[in-house]
Design a protein around this ligand. Sequence first.
Ligand code: G6P
Length: 613
Amino acid sequence: MCGIVGVISKNNCVPILIDGLKKLEYRGYDSAGLAIQNDQGSDLQRARSVGRVVELEQAAAGLEAQMGIAHTRWATHGVPSERNAHPHISDSDGISVSVVHNGIIENHEDIRRQLMVDGYAFQSDTDTEVIAHLTHKNLRKGLPLLKAVQATVAALEGAFAIAVISNRAKRTLIASKKGAPLLVGHGQGEFFIASDASALVAYTKKITYLQEGDLVQLNADQALFLNAQGAEVQREIIESQLSADAVELGPYDHYMQKEIFEQPGAIAATLEMVSNASAVKPELFGAGAAEVLPHVQQVLILACGTSYHAASVARYWLESIAALPTTVEIASEYRYRKSVSLPNTLVITISQSGETADTLAALEHAKSLGMHNALSICNVPESALIRASNLKFLTRAGPEIGVASTKAFTTQLAALFTFTMVMAKLRGQMNAVEEKTLIAQLRHLPSAMQNILALEPQIKAMAQRFADKRHALFLGRGVHFPIAQEGALKLKEISYIHAEAYAAGELKHGPLALVDADMPVVSIAPKDSLIEKLKSNLQEVRARGGELYIFADRDTRIEETDGVHVLNLVDHAGHLSPILHVLPLQLLSYHVALVKGTDVDKPRNLAKSVTVE
Ligand code: G6P
């Protein structure tokens, strides 16, 4: 969702701005733009375009300056159009101000009304434009740019990250953040800003993450950080662990494909500390975990999207293996719901990005209800969620670029299973022999995943049959029901086929009415205690002419017949089965999307990092 890049340099900044925006494309956007100002202090120049960054690149051909700000916009207020694309400019009386913004200004209507009374004319439908005009108004009063932006920020309500340049302050770029991510990159005689480090690693690995309410003034040779109270502060420079290679596509056609096939490696990296040990320890979840976890009597897991499905799998594991009462909530529901909190609850947030606005707000809500012990399972080390949690587990999936989450999901599951083992041990639910067996199963996971990924040709053939379908049903039971939900989500996200998941036992309570030859039914069939019941459900589908696509463990003895397509998985993974069974569903949706010719990595209307509620 909206990406910001800014550069102040001795050289031409335009290629860096464009390259940075390309690296942020994965966040999701529908238009792009940049504004630059040269050292001579002449007027700001701007280029904007609807569509992809390559189109902006063409529109910006020939532009050259040492300082600029750029943006990919994911429409919230106003349709995707050039007029609504950022940067927005306020230009009158010889003063021009240009602004890019990520987030939502909740009080923009009030500010807009006042600015119109003051004589400002609005060119766009965005909430952002008020920031440009308000800063202009503050400059007109004679304030220097830093003070003018400070006064603007003080008037804004909502969550945002912004960057501002003006012809009134040569070689000065101001940025501020409150509730949306923004970082500063330190170069050699140059500075950068960006929404995330992937935009900058090709130029610098020295990064400062802005804190809530921070404002930074960048000149070519100096960065001045002010905190929310306006006091000058020192902010730590860290060395980003992100490698430039990790965000390159390499030999793959799409990031989603790359990320699906990276999963065995990502799981191995995530579980390194577990697989190489003979026992699991609370310390895997942070320095304070040994103190906190023995007192935990229930767990509340908060997440959105795919991360919510990981949470839903964990509920089955935590209750059945660790006998630990577990509640799972969609973060956007929990944060606004009146709920009852119990003492000794551990709040777990799960998030690939660690920046999802609803998950962050849900955690704050839980804390406000007195639940102060928070474990974050997250893929981004310096994210807001990690900073807001006293316990943490970093999944080591590497950057995930495809909007449809794959390797983040399976590494979250690996982390959650490890957590389940730790809790089971603390609660006397797992003996040493069981612990060793489970660690051995975790160790085997990467090679079991490889075996499933090798089934890609068969799955690709299956995918052809979905191309003309408008709906699909996904069935699963028990711990595989959330996997069915994840399979349905993947299919709808990237192939735009309407897909719903049902617990197979619910079939007769409604969805069976939809089943006919045009409704493919995808089912997960692990060899577990519910397999015979599932087989009966599948018979019910077949009896109504529904075409079945079954991903089965090898000895479930489900026969391939007319209208029943079966793909047998090689390994049994016991409790870890959901981690294996999701792989064919990821591959199925990827290949269906390819057949349909959709934009796999950047599906329409969706964003990778949802930083507004
Ligand atoms: C967006 C992404 C999903 C992701 C969800 C939650 O919708 O497109 O892939 O699952 O946000 O994101 P998080 O970063 O919190 O896991």
